[in-house]
Design a protein around this ligand. Sequence first.
Ligand SMILES: Cc1cc2nc3c(=O)[nH]c(=O)nc-3n(C[C@H](O)[C@H](O)[C@H](O)COP(=O)(O)OP(=O)(O)OC[C@H]3O[C@@H](n4cnc5c(N)ncnc54)[C@H](O)[C@@H]3O)c2cc1C
Length: 397
Amino acid sequence: MSRRGHSMRSTKVAIVGAGPSGLLLSQLLGREGIDSVVLEKESREHVQERIRAGLLEWTTVELLREAGVGARMMREGLVHEGFDVAFANGHRRIDLKGLTGKSMLVYGQNELQKDLAAARCDDAGAVLWEARDVTLEDFDTRAPRVSYTHEGTRSELRCEFLAGCDGYHGVSRSSVPRERLAQYERVYPFGWLGLLADVPPPHEELVYANHERGFALCSMRSRGRSRYYLQCPLEDTVEEWPDSRFWGELRLRLPESYARQLLTGPSLEKSIVPLRSLVTEPMQFGRLFLVGDAAHIVPPTGAKGLNLAAADVWVLSRALVEFYRKGSATLLEEYSARALSRVWKATRFSWWFTLLMHRFSADPFTQRLQSAELEYLASSDAASRTLAENYVGLSFD
Ligand SMILES: Cc1cc2nc3c(=O)[nH]c(=O)nc-3n(C[C@H](O)[C@H](O)[C@H](O)COP(=O)(O)OP(=O)(O)OC[C@H]3O[C@@H](n4cnc5c(N)ncnc54)[C@H](O)[C@@H]3O)c2cc1C
């Protein structure tokens, strides 16, 4: 059946959402000769311009290379072998490479989206951008269906499996009857105000700062483009934070040695994100599999969101390949349990690192415990190794 102009078509795997999860899954399946169609409600340009994550674990890097989308990433990404934890006007380097043998790669999620979209668009019709009003049906049967409106035509996609890769606000998780899933959630009482600017960062590695005025993070997307974050009240708006106020506050929260190096410039983007932890159990319902942010959310402290999404894709892609190559559904049946085991470990780590680095209350007992833990981290190789091991990411298996 032609891929265009028909109100009905079929594929093996229907994928809802063309974020990193959806496109990477489609790309990995495509390389194994497994047909899929991705339905994305936004335009390609919109998806590629969203400023989000930027720090890849090495296992994610390897998976992207395996998917054949690693060439530009390896040329332009920045390898980081450590990061700084700053507190009490000093800082301690966490030597990731020395403690774990592994590094991280700084590469913007929007750049990754461009690479993935370019690879998928070689396969005409594999991604339908601006597919609206997606509804999922019959995922408890062997013949699930997805209805959607594309270019003004209401269409139906018949498939054998459905991958819900449509993020926190997507339709996949909400299509599951409430009584069939459990959601475990923690909402944190503050947000992150992010600012992107074309200025070099004050330090070549990331700096996570615990300060009595609140948390701050100096990160980057390239040598000349920096991404900064400030802990802020949830009720704040971007309009209340003109650039001059942001830069002044950031300077106050950094150790003097870094504050002196801080170069400022006009913001290219500024936004406030709330922080939450959410895990949905299970992650599969009949032939519907939830992947990435559709199933779980972590606070950005520790940079696990995008990496967890990639890990889910790895587990699901292998299960689908085994099903189509060998006819075995064993890995598909194990998808939820295997993915959740890693999800909960990353959820624990992101929660712990958030607790350690942010100002939660004025309670002096809590604050002294936090200071004691930071001092312990700075003086103990065992504590630093535990942080490093979780930060670089646990193995996929
Ligand atoms: C503002 C922001 C900042 C972030 N910063 C960081 C960070 O610094 N570090 C970090 O590690 N992580 C960060 N994250 C998390 C990280 O970006 C996500 O974990 C990652 O994008 C997950 O990928 P995904 O493909 O599962 O979901 P998403 O990237 O959310 O992709 C889901 C896709 O589905 C589409 N979609 C939604 N609903 C529908 C529908 N009904 N029909 C069709 N398509 C639909 C969406 O348009 C989107 O393209 C951030 C997230 C946000 C929102």
